[in-house]
Design a protein. Structure first.
Length: 626
């Protein structure tokens, strides 16, 4: 509805005033500056490509400069191609020198052992010297070490091929040296840059029969320069680097704090995602026995170690054939992890010892000289004493010392995720604005920071259990920004448009302004517009042509062999300057400066190619009947 209002005001019939000369001049200057800065391949290279790949400043149309470098400063010669014709007109010498690692030293030299009879955009053709017989196609190729070379291929894999030996004309290599060098070099550098992500061609130079290419290596950037190769191997760092840069960028701050960015009807909602689990502790009494026996006399005493399940004779002991059975307990589990205690639980006679003779003595007493505890590494001492004092070896002593501890089972439940954010995450009107995962800021102002928390450990405890659990994260705190629908009423605006349209004349109109209290103001307004500035209906251009030998190479041979004339023409289009056609050397003007329209010719050419293809291809493999 806002659009209707603008259209209604724009389509009025105003009075016409002369155009402001200063405004016309400013517009013309802006257009001329744009053409001079980006109107040709040379100016684009100088004013756009070079500043992007070097320390040179880029300039706006009004001359203001700024830093735009996205590549590394400094260039290094990395490829050199030398050609020399042989008898028969073929390229007999083709030498490609390459600095593979851009350290200033030539690492690879490629020189094909066959003559080059034709040049292609992505390779070459080798035929019998001086002829167009027994031709083989070669394509530029980069091996695993980054070295350039050529490998055999099918002719249909090559493009833009043309003949250069004497079968097509005399002295074609030297008379077209720049084109030959640029086509060979373009194919080689195209193969290299498609395989080596760190390579950026920055400069090309032709000197006689040699072409040199210079490059910048992104991996060799100085500290602080853009690391294009680093981003290629680690694209995730782009977001974190962009976030870090945005915090100090005035333009970013201006945009994010602008009225347009902040004037929205939205609300903030906070929520948490928590990971939890439950520790279940089961405690029950557990008993174990230490059994000892000896043949005769009055005393039997041992010292035992529950950690190892071993024992030794101790004083007082005056019998023989001492025996003992001592269990082995897990010290770390009982004492370190669970911290349970060990206590005496009773005594009893033990008549199960082996190898004893005589009578089993039942008039004995039991003593715990040292109770086994966690503080003394679970080492205890116990004693049995004959209370009848017979001192006879025909009696033997045996007893059982019972101890009590606790059997503790510690069980951790599977992870439970309490997601309090699901309602906002599933709402298309809500966007995640901020997130902290275990106090690490992972999302800030809708942008990923590239940070993530390290795995952390929480210990779940009960009366005896202490269970450590490690997870990638435990708690996420999120803030969502949710937009709320806003209703707009354009009734007053539509009334205003209708009133302005119906009251408009060639000189003015009557406005319609509704006031907050309901009253209406109808002030009059005048209309005027600038006189239209006369401009050309098109960009003046001309068409030229330049003769050359028809030495293009195709599957069927050289084009000139199938033509009545060996000469063909290359056509060029030039933008005119002050009504003059800037024709190049050897070019003849075909169409003078004017508003050219070559659509019909282009359409006819495309149709001819299409129909020629239909004449030479049988889609089913079986010729159709007339």
């Amino acid at each position: 509805m806002k659009r209707w209002l603008l259209v209604g005001l724009i389509t009025l019939a105003p009075s016409i005033a002369p155009a402001d000369p200063a405004s016309v001049t400013t517009a013309e200057d802006t257009v001329n500056n744009a053409r001079s800065s980006y109107g040709s391949a040379e100016s684009i290279q100088q004013n756009f490509t070079t500043p992007l790949m070097s320390a040179d400043s880029m300039k706006t149309f009004d001359g203001s400069s700024f830093t735009s470098q996205i590549g590394c400063s400094g260039s290094q010669k990395f490829l050199e191609i030398f050609v020399a014709p042989a008898t028969g007109g073929d390229i007999g010498t083709l030498t490609v020198s390459q600095d593979v690692d851009l350290d200033g030293t030539t690492d690879n030299i490629f020189a094909p052992s066959v003559p080059i009879s034709g040049v292609c955009a992505n390779g070459a053709l080798s035929c019998d010297p001086g002829t167009w017989d027994n031709c083989n196609a070669l394509a530029w190729n980069v091996n695993g070490s980054g070295e350039i070379g050529m490998v055999p291929t099918a002719l249909e894999n090559l493009g833009g091929c043309y003949c250069v030996n004497d079968s097509c004309g005399t002295g074609l290599v030297m008379s077209n040296l720049d084109k030959v060098l640029n086509d060979l070099g373009g194919g080689a550098t195209g193969a290299l840059t498609s395989q080596l992500d760190y390579l950026t061609v920055s400069e090309v130079g032709v000197t006689g029969p040699m072409i040199k290419f210079y490059a910048q290596k992104a991996g060799g950037c100085a500290a602080g320069s853009p690391m294009l190769k680093a981003y290629n191997s680690s694209p995730g760092s782009i977001a974190s680097d962009a976030f870090a840069a945005s915090s100090t960028d005035s333009n970013f701050t201006m945009i994010t704090t602008s009225a347009a960015a902040t004037a929205n009807t939205s609300s903030l909602a906070t929520c948490n995602i928590e990971r939890s689990m439950t520790l279940t502790e089961t405690v029950s009494d557990s008993y174990f026995d230490v059994k000892i026996a000896s043949q005769g006399r009055n005393y039997v005493t041992i010292e035992f170690d529950l950690k190892t399940g071993t024992w030794s004779k101790s004083s007082p002991s005056d019998g023989t054939n001492l025996q003992a059975i001592v269990p082995t307990l897990d010290y770390d589990d009982l004492c370190v992890t669970k911290g349970v205690s060990i206590s005496a639980a009773g005594y009893s006679l033990w008549s199960g010892a082996t190898g004893m003779w005589g009578n089993f003595d039942t008039t004995v007493s039991f003593s715990i000289l040292q109770a086994p505890t966690c503080l003394n590494d679970m080492v205890g001492r116990v004693k049995i004493q004959d209370t009848a004092w017979s001192s006879s070896a025909k009696y033997w002593l045996g007893g059982n010392f019972r101890f009590k501890t606790l059997d503790v089972q510690c069980d951790i439940s599977p992870d439970s995720i309490s997601d309090g954010c699901v309602v906002y995450r599933d709402d298309p009107a809500c966007d995640l604005k901020n997130e902290d995962a275990d106090s690490v800021n992972t999302i800030n102002e809708f942008v990923s920071t590239g940070l993530s928390p390290l795995p952390s450990t929480r210990t779940f405890t009960a009366s005896y259990c202490n269970v450590p659990v490690t997870r990638d994260w435990w708690e996420k705190s999120r803030t969502y920004e949710c937009s709320t629908p806003a209703s707009y009423n354009f009734d007053d605006a539509l009334e205003r448009v209708d009133n302005v349209q119906t009251t408009t004349s060639s000189t003015g109109y009557q406005d319609y302004l509704k006031q907050p209290g309901g009253s209406v103001l109808t002030p009059s307004g005048s209309l005027s517009t600038l006189e239209e500035v006369a401009v050309d209906s098109c960009t003046q251009a001309c068409k030229t042509r330049k003769p050359r030998l028809a030495n293009d190479a195709v599957q069927d041979g050289v084009v000139r062999e199938n033509r009545t004339s060996p000469t063909t023409f290359d056509y060029f289009y030039h933008e005119c300057s002050s009504g003059t056609c800037p024709a190049g050397p050897g070019e003849t003007v075909v169409q003078a400066c004017g508003c050219l329209n070559e659509f019909n010719e282009a359409a006819a050419t495309i149709q001819a190619v299409r129909m020629a293809g239909r004449d030479t291809i049988c889609t089913t493999g079986i010729p159709s009947s007339p």
